[in-house]
Design a protein around this ligand. Structure first.
Ligand code: UDP
Length: 237
């Protein structure tokens, strides 16, 4: 591959770790991601990966679960640690050196997130799996991804989801909705398009961090996005 970015942050939503429409972990899907990350690191791209937890638990489900919101958020953060360990195991099985760093300390199984340590791992060519979100309730892993991408001086935030990109209307309700391949942050706000939560979005815009939203199930989607190919939607200033 021909890398387009020196260092990137990949955000993978937890749903991408489960079989379609199911919860829990699908090892084959985790393996398919690890395979692509192997291609990236072999080409010299430095990769940090923020993992979601929606395949296991989301804090927003707290009311239906009858659990206090902040507690449910901590449970969601721990879910991202489970996903992070699964990805780490799969990457190592593919021969890719990896470290899991968590914002919620779980020191028996992973390192704490320390910025300078994360940078050192990246410079050494290790995939840095960032678990635990930001370590605080009432945030999402999208916000963690935007914040860590800025903090770790990444060139881009690649947001791997289950949709092909940003549309001019919700494709679930409008079958003729059009995919928008290139947008400015200002245009997203003006047209009230849904990309990610406002905190995450503002973090990208204010720090001039380009964002690519693409479908993680597209063949070689992660590799193609890292090559700067036109996958999904590119949003920039
Ligand atoms: N979470 C949190 N603080 C963070 C990141 C995550 O409280 O900094 C919790 C929150 O409850 C969230 C859950 O962890 O719903 C799982 O993350 P998210 O929903 O972002 O995962 P994804 O939708 O990407 O799978």
């Amino acid at each position: 591959m021909e890398p387009h970015y020196r260092r990137l942050l990949l955000k993978v939503s937890g749903e991408g770790f489960a079989k379609q429409g199911e919860t829990g972990l699908d090892v084959a899907r985790v393996g398919a991601l690890a395979e692509q990350l192997k291609t990236l690191t072999a080409a010299g791209v430095q990769v940090a990966c923020v993992i979601g937890g929606g395949n296991i638990l989301r804090g927003a489900q707290s009311a239906e679960l009858g659990i206090d919101r902040a507690t449910a958020d901590y449970m969601g953060m721990l879910a991202t640690v489970i996903n992070g360990l699964a990805l780490c195991d799969s990457l190592e099985a593919h021969g890719v050196p990896t470290r899991v760093l968590s914002a919620v300390e779980v020191h028996k199984v992973c390192e704490p997130f320390i910025r300078r340590r994360a940078l050192r791992h990246l410079e050494k060519g290790r995939v840095v799996v960032l678990a635990g979100g930001l370590g605080s309730p009432y945030f999402t892993t999208d916000t963690a991804a935007a914040q860590r991408a800025v903090e770790l001086d990444c060139d881009v935030l690649l947001k791997a989801t289950l949709v092909d990109g940003v549309y001019d209307a919700d494709p679930k309700h409008h079958p003729d909705a059009q995919l928008l391949p290139d947008l400015s942050f200002a245009e997203v706000l003006r047209r009230q398009l849904r990309v990610m939560d406002q905190t995450a979005f503002a973090m990208c815009q204010e720090n001039d961090l380009p964002l690519v939203v693409f479908n993680m199930n597209a063949p070689d989607g992660v590799v193609r996005a890292a090559q700067g190919e036109n996958v999904g939607t590119l949003i920039h200033n």
